[in-house]
Design a protein around this ligand. Structure first.
Ligand SMILES: [Ca+2]
Length: 392
């Protein structure tokens, strides 16, 4: 029965492939979208060839990059290294926190404070080694003038509870314009710990917002609620590793689903995004996620979902001069299949999707340089930092 279903779906995919610039592979489920634009948007193809220039090669599972105001860049490698690239030279940065570098854990994101030019402040997220397990943490520190070390390291946040696992750390950091940091936090993957994403007494499967300064609480949407941790900004998220603000300052996230069910969400304060109660995917072993439902009152629908998945990590709204046709489009790093996903959005709905494969492997982070070029890191054992521009 399962085989027959797959064959029919494969035939359907084959018959539409001629019209599509990229193949729509058979979905893992027969779930129906809540509205027509929620999945499988019309395929688009840009009339460009990507030029790929290696900036640094031989990086070990790089996870993130962030530009400094002078155009230099900080790069993390998951085993626990931070480097500064400047004018073609790579300098190791010493003094960063110790990390738990197993499975999906290690040194994760790097973010530059909006006041960096004055404060030299940067933020790192990482899997923090602890008694009895580990958890995602975020530390604040100052980059020395020569870029070779950090000092005054202060841990701003430690996800609770500690868990003895190596999966789903989340870890993306987005500074907001009002003195806060948005931080995405995984639900640690396993049954039953992942159900914690639905309770407000812990940080698993949450998006939180904390102050950039230690000991300065911010107004957050659930802070007054009985038993709710005051940092929580949104809940019911699985493993968000892509988060970015649009031109209006609205936060968007892209999360890893299970088998099927990667999601794009527009984050509203205090809202519940449903995991693991509702999902457009199934468990890796083929069984339904809990009751196998895709909607429930009080839980937000994703703006868009993918089945099969793209394995998203790293995202930005493009607004540079080099890719003139991509203004305001959402670019998402994809690890499986590897490449970049471009979405066009109109009135909060996805109107088209393009798959671009620069041929460099699993893209883990995407950033835009001052000149409008797109810089990415590839999460491979022999990974790198690359600059993408339109050919010609
Ligand atoms: Ca969801």
């Amino acid at each position: 029965m399962k085989h027959a279903l797959c064959t029919a779906a494969a035939l359907l995919a084959a018959s539409t492939a001629l019209a599509d610039p990229w193949p729509q592979e058979a979905p893992n489920t027969s779930y129906q979208p809540a509205f027509p634009e929620q999945t499988r948007a019309p395929a688009m193809q840009s009339d460009i060839t990507l030029k790929v220039e290696p900036v640094i090669e031989g990086l070990e599972n790089p996870w993130a990059l962030a530009f400094l105001p002078d155009g230099s860049a900080l790069i993390t490698e998951r085993p626990g290294r931070l480097s500064l690239w400047k004018d073609g030279t790579v300098t190791p940065v010493t003094g960063i926190p110790e990390v738990f570098a197993e499975g999906q854990g290690g040194l994760l994101d790097v973010a530059v404070s909006p006041d960096f030019a004055r404060s030299r402040t940067i933020f790192l997220s990482y899997a923090e080694p602890r008694e009895g397990g580990n958890g995602t943490a975020v530390a604040r520190m100052q980059l020395a003038e020569d870029g070779a070390s950090v000092q005054d390291v202060a841990v701003l946040f430690s996800q609770q509870p500690t868990y003895d696992g190596a999966l789903h750390f989340g870890g993306r950091i987005v500074p907001d314009p009002n003195g806060g940091l948005f931080i995405t936090l995984g639900e640690r993957s396993d049954v039953p710990i992942r159900d914690s994403a639905q309770s407000l007494d812990n940080h698993l499967g949450k998006l939180i917002r904390i102050s950039r300064l230690p000991g300065t609480p911010l107004e957050n949407p659930l802070a007054g609620q009985d038993g709710a941790l005051p940092e929580i900004y949104a809940l019911g998220l699985r493993n968000v590793q892509a988060a970015t603000l649009d031109a209006d300052g609205q936060l968007w996230t892209v999360e890893h689903g299970p088998r099927g069910g990667d999601e794009l969400n527009r984050i509203e304060p205090g809202k519940n995004y449903g995991w693991p109660v509702i999902s457009y995917g199934i468990n890796y072993n083929g069984t339904p996620v809990n009751e196998g439902i895709t909607s429930r009152d009080g839980m937000e629908q994703p703006v868009y979902y993918w089945d099969p998945v793209i394995a998203p990590s790293g995202a930005l709204f493009y607004d540079g001069p080099l890719f003139a046709d991509w203004q305001g489009d959402l670019l998402i790093g994809a690890m499986n299949p590897p490449g970049l996903v471009r979405l066009t959005l109109t009135d909060g709905k996805v109107t088209g999707e393009e798959r671009l494969d620069p041929g460099i492997g699993r893209i883990r982070d995407v950033q835009q340089a001052e000149d409008g070029s797109i810089w990415v890191v590839t999460d491979e054992g022999d990974g790198g930092l690359y600059r993408l521009t339109p050919e010609g």
